[in-house]
Design a binder for this molecule. Structure first.
Ligand code: KIV
Length: 288
C-alpha cells in the first residue's frame, strides 16, 4: 500500500481532501456504482470517490442514452449506494432536466440528493458557472463535467470526441477556468484529446478526473459495467475491461438452468431434512 493510500484509509474522503489531491501529487480513483453491493465492491477496491452516474439510465435501466432518467430514479439508487459506502466520497449525478429550469429549482433538486440520498456532492454537466455558483452558495459541493457531456447528445450529434481544433479547444479551457472560479471542487473531462486534458489539468488548480481524456489528468473514472465487462452494447476505445463478468455470468446462469433441467440441482447437501418427519406422512406436512 502506498503512503498516500494509507493516509486515505485512515479517514473518510472529504471534499477538501479531493480538492487538495493535486498538491499531494496523488491520483484520484473514481468508480461508478448503482446499488448496495456494487458500492461495497468499489469501496473495498479502494475507490476514493463513488459516483452514482446518470449512466445508470443506460447500463442499469436499459435506455439508449442518459436523457430519460429522473431525479426520483437516481435518488432510489443513490440511497442504496449510500448504504454500501463507509468512507469514499459519494457524488450524485444530476440528471438531464434537473438543473435546466432555474437556479432555485436546481438547488431544490440537488438538496434532495444531499438530504434524502446522503450524497456529499453533486455532479453537473456542461459550462454552467452560474448554476455551480448557486449550488456552492447553498453549501452543495459541485463536481463539474466538460468535454463529451452525454446529456447534450442531440446538440453534439452523437457520442464524439470534443475539444478538437483551435476554437473548441479555447472554449473548453475557458469553460474549465470559469467552473473553477464558480467554486467547483473537481472537473470530469470526458472524451477530449489527451494533450488538451493535460493543458486543462495544468491551468486549473482543482483536480481533473478523466474518462477518455488520456493519462495526464489528476484522476481517472470508469463506469462499473464497462470495467467489469458487463456492458456490451457500446465499447468505447477508452474502456479497459478488467474482467469479463458478462461472459462469466452467462456461463454460470446457463449451467444453473442446465442443472435444474437435468435434476442435478439441488443435491441432498443443498436440501434440508426434518428428523421428526416420517416419509410415511403426507407431503403437505413438510410445507405446511
Ligand atoms: O454518468 C456517468 O457515469 C458519468 C461518468 C462517466 C463520469 O458521468
Amino acid at each position: 500500500m502506498s503512503e498516500a493510500r494509507s493516509d486515505r484509509s485512515n479517514r473518510s474522503v472529504s471534499v477538501p481532501w479531493v480538492l487538495e489531491a493535486p498538491t499531494r501529487d496523488e491520483r484520484l480513483v473514481m468508480m461508478t456504482a448503482y446499488d448496495f453491493s456494487q458500492a461495497r465492491l468499489v469501496e473495498e477496491a479502494g475507490a476514493d470517490i463513488v459516483l452514482v452516474g446518470d449512466s445508470l439510465a443506460m447500463v442499469v435501466l436499459g435506455h439508449d442514452d442518459t436523457l430519460a432518467v429522473t431525479v426520483d430514479e437516481m435518488l432510489h439508487h443513490v440511497k442504496a449506494v449510500k448504504r454500501g459506502v463507509q468512507s469514499s466520497l459519494l457524488v450524485a449525478d444530476m440528471p438531464y432536466g434537473s438543473f435546466h429550469l432555474g437556479q432555485e429549482r436546481t438547488v431544490a433538486e440537488a438538496l434532495r440528493f444531499i438530504k434524502e440520498g446522503g450524497a456529499q456532492a453533486v455532479k453537473i454537466e456542461g459550462r454552467r458557472p452560474e448554476t455551480v455558483a448557486a449550488l456552492v452558495e447553498a453549501e452543495i459541493p459541485v463536481m463539474a463535467h466538460l468535454g463529451l457531456t452525454p446529456q447534450s447528445i442531440h446538440k453534439l450529434g452523437g457520442f464524439r470526441v470534443q475539444g478538437r481544433g483551435d476554437g473548441p479547444r479555447r472554449e473548453l479551457l475557458e469553460a474549465a477556468r470559469q467552473l473553477e472560479a464558480a467554486g467547483a471542487f473537481s472537473l470530469v473531462l470526458e472524451c477530449v484529446p489527451a494533450d488538451l486534458a493535460s493543458e486543462v489539468t495544468s491551468v486549473v488548480e482543482i483536480p481533473t478526473i478523466g474518462i477518455g481524456a488520456g493519462p495526464h489528468c489528476d484522476g481517472q473514472v470508469l463506469v462499473f459495467h464497462d470495467l467489469l465487462g458487463l456492458e456490451d452494447r457500446i465499447s468505447p476505445r477508452f474502456v479497459r475491461r478488467y474482467a469479463e463478468l458478462g461472459r462469466d455470468a452467462r456461463r454460470a446462469l446457463s449451467t444453473f438452468a442446465d442443472d435444474v433441467r437435468k435434476g442435478r440441482f439441488p443435491s441432498t447437501e443443498e436440501s434440508y431434512d426434518d428428523p421428526s418427519f416420517s416419509t410415511a406422512e403426507p407431503i403437505r406436512k413438510i410445507c405446511g
